[in-house]
Design a protein around this ligand. Structure first.
Ligand code: NAP
Length: 338
């Protein structure tokens, strides 16, 4: 008989897959949403045994609700954190909820006697703020969030993971903390309210990105990310651990090539042309989304996930499958016109 686990951010993309796997494996799940007005809709999408799933209202910016959500839980998977699809006005709009929310969840977890706290960080906390070039990153690396040009999201994930680790070292008592650090998460889309990471495939598929800047990222499947969380919740000796969750590094043009090769006419709008670096720099003067990628032009950031494979027996499915499944769901949900 598995234990009771608190999964924060139950309305989220990764959380949905995680909650389904946990319930299927016999766990009882407490989950948070910002407002219980969303409970019915999220329950319907999750479509799991409702007797094993309980909802609580809790916002990263407020203390209310966290203690109730943690009561009776032995494990926590903390996923809630803002992940915007576009540019934000102030870095603190992301940094404050990410950092303070993680600390709120940790304090409530400790007070409730939680044993294991798995936090969803990101490769954003590992592989950025380093300058351009070809790099291979491991769990030993940390992003420098103070480096000029580092995006607010990258800052938020780095600062939040640092703060969580410092708090656990100073005040965590017996709590076992570890982080999962995924790269860009793709795969089946289960709702019209999809994660910002999926927007990348949507923009390539629907032709709204007419030419492709020379940028890329590691890609990982949402089902594999959920599975790694479950492994980290269950395995012994996780205190202080950090696990990169990533498949191969792909440029945008690689993703477009995969879509065209696998989907044929349905991917006819996927661009074939590259957007020259010089043009990206000029357009970035007017376009905040392009401004955010200027510092990434030409960079290759491999993220080595061998630690999760060696320690937790984690496996990843072929990246082509994740990309095609993302695209097929976007087409089937009518989010991209056929
Ligand atoms: P998502 O679908 O946008 O989920 C984010 C979740 O955080 C949502 O449930 C959202 O609630 C919640 N949230 C945001 N601000 C909140 C606040 N102030 N109070 C309470 N809840 C709040 O994104 P996701 O892809 O599943 O991301 C889950 C986690 O994985 C995040 O920590 C993210 O940084 C991390 N991650 C994601 C990726 C990726 O490529 N998707 C990669 C690496 C790491 P609402 O539904 O109410 O907005």
């Amino acid at each position: 008989m598995a234990d009771t686990v608190m999964v924060s951010g139950g309305s989220g993309y990764i959380a949905g897959f995680l909650i389904r796997q946990l319930v299927a494996e016999g766990w009882t799940v407490h989950t948070t949403v910002r407002s219980l007005a969303r409970e019915a809709a999220v329950r319907q999408l999750l479509a799991v045994d409702n007797r094993r799933l309980k909802f609580f209202a809790a916002d990263l910016m407020q203390d209310a609700g966290w203690a109730d959500a943690m009561a009776g839980c032995s494990h926590v998977a903390h996923l809630a954190s803002p992940l915007p699809a576009g540019a934000v006005k102030h870095a603190d709009d992301l940094i404050v909820p990410a950092r303070d929310g993680a600390l709120r969840a940790l304090r409530a977890a400790k007070a409730a006697g939680v044993r294991r706290f798995v936090m969803t960080s990101s490769v954003a906390a590992i592989a950025y703020g380093r300058g351009r070039g070809v790099h291979t990153f491991t769990e030993a690396d940390w992003t420098d969030p103070a480096r000029p040009g580092t995006s607010p999201y990258v800052q938020s994930k780095t600062i939040a993971e640092r703060a969580a680790r410092s708090w656990v070292a100073a005040e965590g008592g017996g709590i076992e903390y570890c982080s999962i650090n995924p790269s860009v998460v793709l795969g089946p889309v289960w709702s019209r309210d999809y994660s910002a990471s999926v927007v990348i495939v949507k923009k390539i598929l629907d032709g709204s990105m007419p030419a492709l800047p020379d940028i890329g990222f590691g890609v990982v499947d949402v089902r594999d990310v959920a599975d790694l969380h479950v492994r980290a919740l269950k395995a012994p000796g996780m205190a202080g651990e950090r696990f990169i969750a990533s498949g191969p590094f792909l440029k945008l043009r690689d993703i477009a090539d995969i879509l065209r090769a696998q989907l044929g006419a349905e991917a006819a709008r996927a661009p074939t042309r590259g957007l020259p670096d010089v043009l990206v720099r000029v357009l970035a003067l007017f376009n905040p989304l392009l401004k955010a990628v200027v510092g990434e032009l030409g960079s290759v950031r491999h993220q080595d996930a061998s630690h999760a494979k060696a320690v937790l027996g984690w496996e990843t499915r072929p990246v082509q499958q994740s990309i095609v499944d993302t695209a097929r769901c976007l087409l089937d949900l009518g989010l991209v016109k056929r």
